[in-house]
Write a protein that binds this ligand. Structure first.
Ligand code: FEO
Length: 459
């Protein structure tokens, strides 16, 4: 099947010759006369055929167009960032997405936007569905630039739109974009906005992930637009939870929670309880990163409750670095001692493992044993970096223990212990330190050290 001169202006795609690969679109083409097809906006093609993807093969070049419908009149219009590998220090080895949503009713609302350099993708996605001039509201659930970076460009096009945000959202918008944004309308928990058949209800969620953060709940369709919460950094060509590889999805959910939300664990529990107490029914959770939860929304909520309770397994993580191999030998002997108690143990060397992954492993571990050689009377720099990161995240309910090697004055172990005690972590003492190179007796001490810690966490 081929079509000649398939023209689509503005909301129309210009195609000279193509083969249509999507069966249901092919049916539509079979039914449609050429003139109708030529004049048909892509958005209409999608909706009439209930398609989420149309693939055009144009002169051997494949163009894929997606149209993600959450419910009638509610579309994903965001962007996928396949190649980001560092998200403010978090290693995003599988990329991410910036999800934004368009709701078309008597009034039209755009929920969140995208990072500035993805503005054109959002623009294209929106214009396939409506004119920017028809947008009445832009809801800013969170001002961090991955969700609001393109706001200045959007308001240039959406000239009639009112911006909606929490009070602290308004403050942050003005601080980022200037006083010309002082027309932002402020909403608070419980406030509602009628769009026609659809109603938006707002719920402030301070510190999930910034003070300004809020959820927007679509009452009639039971969709929770949860912004950062319940997301994951995972770029994919599919948009829904039931369409992607499950193991990868849950790995990324855990990594995201561990690296972004660990510090806010008590708030996560409280906010979920608040949602339950408000009697909010949920059919879909639509976060601003990763997949949209239309099948396993309860499962991700349960996972958040479990992670925020720091539910841990009989598992010990040994994190260490080494200069000339002494601390490495100690780490291995400690690991053997832990394993002798039938406790799961993982040995992660800094500079060989990514801190993002180490933090993920720590999330459900009962104990963390950290080792460092002494350098310049203190701990090794990579260990310093790790401890700065982990004490900032404040994981709770874990037993911390320390070991290391030194040549003359020492100081590495003392340095580590001081830092974590200051952070309020529970420390197993005494720590263990070896001069220069551990001999057989030293390694036996290390083995026993690991065994005792394993025994302690089993008690
Ligand atoms: Fe995805 Fe806190 O921004």
């Amino acid at each position: 099947m081929s079509i000649d001169s398939f023209a689509l202006k503005r909301n129309t795609i210009h195609i000279n010759t193509c083969e249509l690969k999507t069966a249901s679109l092919q049916d539509r083409v079979n039914r449609a006369d050429k003139l109708t097809l030529e004049a048909c906006p892509v958005g209409l093609l999608f909706e009439k055929n209930k398609l989420s993807k149309i693939q055009f093969n144009i002169n051997k070049r494949v163009i894929t167009m997606t149209n993600v419908v959450l419910k009638e009149g509610i579309n994903w219009v965001g962007a996928v960032d396949w190649n980001i590998r560092d998200f403010h220090g978090y290693t995003t080895s599988r990329g991410t997405s910036y999800n934004a949503y368009l709701i078309r009713d008597e009034k039209t609302a755009l929920i969140d936007t995208v990072k500035a350099n993805f503005f054109e993708e959002l623009q294209r996605n929106v214009e396939e569905l409506t004119d920017f001039g028809k947008i009445d509201y832009i809801v800013v659930n969170h001002v961090e630039m991955d969700h609001s970076g393109s706001l200045p460009e959007i308001v240039k096009l959406a000239k009639n739109a009112k911006i909606i945000a929490s009070q602290r959202g308004k403050d942050a918008i003005i601080e980022h974009f200037g006083p010309e944004f002082s027309r932002v309308e402020v909403v608070k928990t419980g406030d509602e906005l009628k769009l026609g058949k659809h109603t938006l209800r707002f719920l402030e969620t301070p510190m999930l992930h910034w003070p300004d953060s809020m959820f927007t709940y679509m009452v009639e369709d039971k969709i929770l637009f949860s912004n950062d919460a319940f997301g994951e950094h995972f770029a994919s060509s599919e948009r829904f939870d039931d369409e992607v590889d499950q193991q990868t999805l849950w790995e990324e959910c855990k990594t995201y929670y561990a690296n972004i939300l660990t510090l806010y664990a008590p708030l996560v529990t409280r906010k979920i309880q608040e949602v339950v107490q408000m009697g909010i029914q949920i059919e879909i959770i639509a976060p601003d990163h990763g997949v949209i939860w239309r099948r396993d929304h309860s499962k991700i909520v349960q996972a958040y409750l479990q992670w925020s309770a720091f539910t841990s397994a009989q598992k010990i993580i040994i994190v260490f670095d080494t200069m000339w191999g002494s601390t490495d030998k100690m780490a291995r002997a400690i690991a053997e001692g832990v394993a002798s108690e039938a406790v799961d143990v993982k040995l992660l060397k800094l500079r060989a493992s990514d801190e993002t992954d180490i933090v993920t492993e720590i999330l459900d571990a009962k104990s963390v044993i950290v080792g460092s050689p002494t350098l310049n009377s203190g701990m090794f720099p990579s260990v310093g970096s790790f401890l700065t990161y982990i004490t900032g995240l404040k994981p709770k309910g874990k037993l911390w223990a320390f070991f290391g090697s030194f040549g003359w004055g020492g100081g590495g172990v003392r340095n580590m212990v001081e830092i974590v005690k200051k952070a309020g972590f529970e420390v197993y003492e005494p720590s263990i330190e070896i001069k220069y190179v551990p001999d057989a007796e030293d390694l036996k001490k290390c083995f026993d050290f690991g065994k005792q810690i394993a025994h302690r966490i089993k008690a």
